[in-house]
Design a protein around this ligand. Structure first.
Ligand code: PMP
Length: 282
């Protein structure tokens, strides 16, 4: 497997992490995951825009232009030969003797990996299982920080009950999945948590709201709702770069709708696939 370190293609077997990288010691860094379809990065611009925002919020200098980051993606795709893949990009504040406050003159460190990735169409067709779990994360979930312990604990807790995704609850309100955004279809209308410090503004979420819903004539309500409301929905699904759109047909012991992916979710999946083809080709 290959990767990229500060602009240079590397073998992942090279031992490149320095012990005093602040990403390693503090989780002091940010990341993005971008899908590659047909050998082309999908929605790279919104992913990199969100990366720049995360960096800004953490006062990590942005030392690479969009064009440079785009070329790094292209190089990893070309070198790997993968057509369907996920590119992981991480920027940490850099390397310095351990101290909590930001040291001066830090040089951020960029690392990237590329791995094959394919959508689980079978699961998308049958529908997956969800599990409600408490949202124990910090109050800046809008930053795509590499500190993911809260998300990890949620996913693991879900996995232990056989769930594909954990759906997190904070103060009685459904926030988002452990690595996805959460939507319901209630009386034919799409509902999802509003953009705030309590969720990550998913690129897939934005595509659903700005591109797919209008195309399908769906109304979207961005408003918090509780677990009971979610369980009264006709349909529920999660969205994410790797997940795409995944119907949740059971959550804990409850069946959602008739226990199969519903018509609205299926139409959204179809519209999403068309959108991917329009952007990246077949
Ligand atoms: N929320 C969280 C917590 C996530 O980790 C992800 C996946 N990165 C998402 C939402 C979905 O974001 P996106 O659609 O940009 O992948």
């Amino acid at each position: 497997p290959i990767g990229l370190l500060d602009g240079r293609i590397i073998d992942l077997n090279e031992k490149i992490v320095e012990m005093e990288d602040r990403g390693y010691q503090f989780g002091d860094g940010v990341y993005e995951v971008t899908r590659v379809y047909n050998g082309k990065p999908f929605a790279l611009k919104p992913h990199m825009d969100r990366l720049y925002r995360s960096l800004r919020e953490l006062k990590i200098p942005a030392v690479y232009t969009f064009e440079e980051l785009a070329s790094f993606h292209e190089r990893l795709i070309a070198e790997s030969g993968y057509t369907d893949a996920a590119v992981y990009l991480q920027i940490t504040r850099g390397v310095a003797p351990r101290a909590h406050a930001f040291p001066e003159n830090m040089v951020p460190r960029l690392t990237m990996t590329i791995r094959p990735s394919k959508t689980n169409v079978e699961l998308q067709t049958s529908g997956a299982k969800g599990a409600f779990v408490p949202d124990v994360r910090w109050l800046r979930c809008d930053i795509k920080s590499i500190n993911l312990l809260g998300n990890l604990l949620a996913k693991q807790r879900g996995k232990e009950t056989g769930a594909f995704e954990a759906v997190q609850i904070r103060d009685g309100i459904v926030t988002e999945g452990s690595s996805s955004n959460f939507f319901i279809v209630k009386d034919g209308v799409l509902w999802t948590h509003p953009v705030s410090n309590l969720i990550l503004r998913g690129v897939t979420r934005t595509i659903i709201i700005d591109q797919l819903a209008p195309k399908l004539g769906l109304t979207v309500i961005e408003k918090g709702f509780d677990q009971a409301f979610a369980l009264k929905a006709e349909e529920t699904f999660v969205s994410g770069t790797n997940t795409e759109i995944m119907p949740l047909v059971r959550i804990d012991a409850a069946t959602v709708g008739d226990g199969r992916p519903g018509p609205v979710t299926r139409k959204l999946i179809e519209a999403y696939n068309e959108f991917v083809i329009k952007e990246c080709g077949a």
